[in-house]
Design a binder for this molecule. Sequence first.
Ligand code: BES
Ligand code: ZN
Length: 663
Amino acid sequence: MLPQLFNPSLSRLIGAALLSCSIAALTAGCSKTEQPVQKDSTEQTPASATTQQADAPEAESPKADSAKPESGVDYHSFANTNDYRVKHLDLDLTADFGNKVLKGTAVLDIQKLAKKNPALILDTRDLDVTAVRAGIGQDLKPVKFSLGKKDPHLGTPLKINLPKGANRVAIEYQTSPGASGVQWLEPQQTAGKKHPFLFTQAQAIHARSFIPLQDTPQVRMTYKATIRTPQELRAVMSANNDPEAELDGVFEFEMPQAIPSYLIAIGIGNLDFKPMGERTGVYAEPELLEAAAKEFEDTEDMLEVTEENFGPYRWDRYDLLILPPSFPFGGMENPRLSFITPTVIAGDKSLVALIAHELAHSWSGNLITNASWRDLWLNEGFTTYLTNRIMQFVYGDERYKMEMALGYDDLQADLADRPDKDEIMAIDLRGRDPDEVFSNIPYEKGSLFLYELEQKVGRENFDKFLMDYFNNFAFQSITTEDFLAYLQKTLLKQYPDKLDEERIKQWIYQPGIPDGAPHPQSDAFTKLDPVRQQWLDGKVEAREIDTADWTFHQWKYFLDGMPEKLSEDQLKELDEAFNLTQSKNNEIAFSWLMIAVRNQYAPADARLDDFLVSIGRNKFLRPLYRNLMENGQQETAKRIFEKAKPGYHPLTVKVNSKIIYGD
Ligand code: BES
Ligand code: ZN
């Protein structure tokens, strides 16, 4: 019944991609980037070159492995986006908590770009596809389809034979219980402990594990969805949520702005809603709702200052969804509804930069999107820069400086222990899993680069540039080279005496940071250096240090600046004076546990165990597990990991298993 198995290997895929680029372009950077990927791609050359791989001759390009990645090529998608573009998705899914599967239909409206009638190739991962229909408008008929060979990083291509003129395809499928982009939580893992919970996390390449589609940030689509849930639960999505929607087990959504697949998101749980402002509110389990709404009450202000300075908010509402603590990230910028870890509800707004960050993605990321994961710095670097600016607008200069200085220190730490090739902003991810290359480089190096531009041209001028940039590329996916070309037309042309193109290229394409790069510092921090030193020298006791006015940021700076080795007595003294093992602030607890693990400080063992089991945020877990492995505590790492594993998200299991057990 099925046509022959479709089986492209990754090397063929890359070979074909490179073949589509001229040799001159291969050395100089590919010329395809002249045109950003447009909102409406009909008149544009699509930036993706992953198209012909299915029929391309076997690895004809000898340069496939050594040449630079081609700008505008998404090496992490099988989709033939030069032939077809998905324009709209209609999703109808039932959440079956008993079997841990999402089951239903995805209907894709497609636009044909190809001259002939090639098959449509979609991305999937561990999907059970049961039927595919295709045709024109409402007239859909069963068609032949086949799943190719599974690639360990990319999943499985789904090849669909389309009848001539087809502009719609309907795929019936169900997800696997281990879907990489879905976590099914037992009631025990939630705040209320009575109801199950489900959330998806599509970035970077996990949308394909719960929807068959062109899973590449180059393709934008609008969507409608019907989500069917157990009666007592509420479903929310990265779309037009209605807090008044009745709990009748059926929820309807619409996302009228075109978004890339990695921003499609679903959350289901025992969720209530509380408004925080006119356009902002929180969805959370009732147990967390009040605390979350209080902690994040400045969200509306953040939204307003960002609009004033960087242009209109184009997504209607901005709400937050507070997830259970197994959420593998701090936050995820799903449009209209950022997904947020509960571990930042510290009680004193000390960790709300996370909200500023996810909100800022409404401009950098969701409005202007990286064309491929190589260009992630366009999302995260701009967002980190904007985050700092928002924090300054809302909380003032001192907070701004401290946030910047901590970011700089994070960058230095990453620069110290990454291979050169991974310090490059436009990173070469070919053949690699984006989840495993996650670092501070696109965030903090990207942000520092923009800060340098700001310093050189002046803040007012730079803000004007940013405002124009967001307008110019709104609702488009762009490459690093599109950005550079834009910079040439704008700032580089306006300020030839202040900016230097070679230096800008050094920032983007070379490891490390250029000599003379800015070094953000804060007086509130530097004044702590002698205090720490005096204590280390035994000149003052810990309990004599006047910490009454210290902010969270200062505590973090104080702890992160401790030397590698501390004695048992020193650790005890710190802990007794400041009660660090019991800190309620998860960032402080994390910094302290890093010190404790490095120095095998046994009184923190129980807290470490509890922290690793109850929190799934990889920003904390990865360094802690790595630290255990590197400090002779492999058995402890394994024991805790095995205990915690049933509650971890699939991504958390994957990246931390690698740390603990290797490949
Ligand atoms: N979009 C990211 C999360 C992400 C990036 C997921 C790449 C998958 C691949 C999100 O906006 C983010 O950066 N979260 C950070 C926030 C922090 C830098 C304030 C996090 O989760 O720690
Ligand atoms: Zn981000």
